[in-house]
Write a protein that binds this ligand. Sequence first.
Ligand code: SF4
Ligand code: SF4
Length: 295
Amino acid sequence: MPATQFICPDGQRISMLQCLTACPIQIRCMFLPTLRAIAKSVNRPIAEPTVTELIAGVRETYLKKTTSYAVSPQRVLYALQGQAVHTLHERCTQGEILSEIRLKDQITSGQFDLYGKILDTQEGVLGDLKVTSSYKLMKALGIYKQKITTGEVYKTGLKKGQLKYRTILCKDGVRHVWDWAVQLNYYRMLLEEAGFPVERMYIQALCRDSGLRIAAERGIDQSLYIIPIYKISNQWIERYFRKKAALLQQARETHRLPPICSSRERWQDRKCLDYCDGREFCPYSQKLQQFRKVG
Ligand code: SF4
Ligand code: SF4
């Protein structure tokens, strides 16, 4: 079941159809075409679970597919930015680069962004476009903050005699690109099955908040980064997706809620509290919300 309701800025819910037909408030919270584009973007007519849906928690995908949920237009606007970037690129492939083609196998389907000579003279390069935050980019580039001593000590006050520290940015950390790597590797498999060999894979990530102080503090000083993605074995990728697709299928057949999403899928609970579209119908999220109220 798709998203069927909007959450208005005052917290009221309204069916998307009703909102798009006539807003009960005198002036809409955003332009009508923007609302139409949001309604379209959250309701894509794809029956099978997609690659991105299978990368998310099975419970989340199950709830999004079986319940009629509500979205706040303000909160899903970022998805439009991503779609706009995709559309602009699609128009500039000049017939020599493949783009935005949905490929399918027995497990899932996925739409790759760009394939061809996209970076240099080599053919068969698979590219994916992301519009993301400086936080996610910092993680993806392996940047982390570390406190080091300045060699000085406090001369007065409560900390008198204690060492002074300052924070530096290190760039040799683990690159947190797991979800991007799994997604691109599945697209690679789909392309290769269709007879298009993939030589290299890259993410082109546009930073949503570049230029802001918070981005600079995270070591993000460019608006765009090219991030290489390495090959994961076909066997591992296939096993992972097959298992998740089977869990989802089982839940849909038995109408039983799948197990709680993993800590990574839950973003260590941040997603359950504020971002998951299925949270209204998820007992785990409800429990967390209660703790938050008590706390
Ligand atoms: S335009 Fe905005 S305020 Fe009006 S009904 Fe739609 S979501 Fe609610
Ligand atoms: S609220 Fe959390 S546990 Fe529940 S479906 Fe969403 S991500 Fe998964």
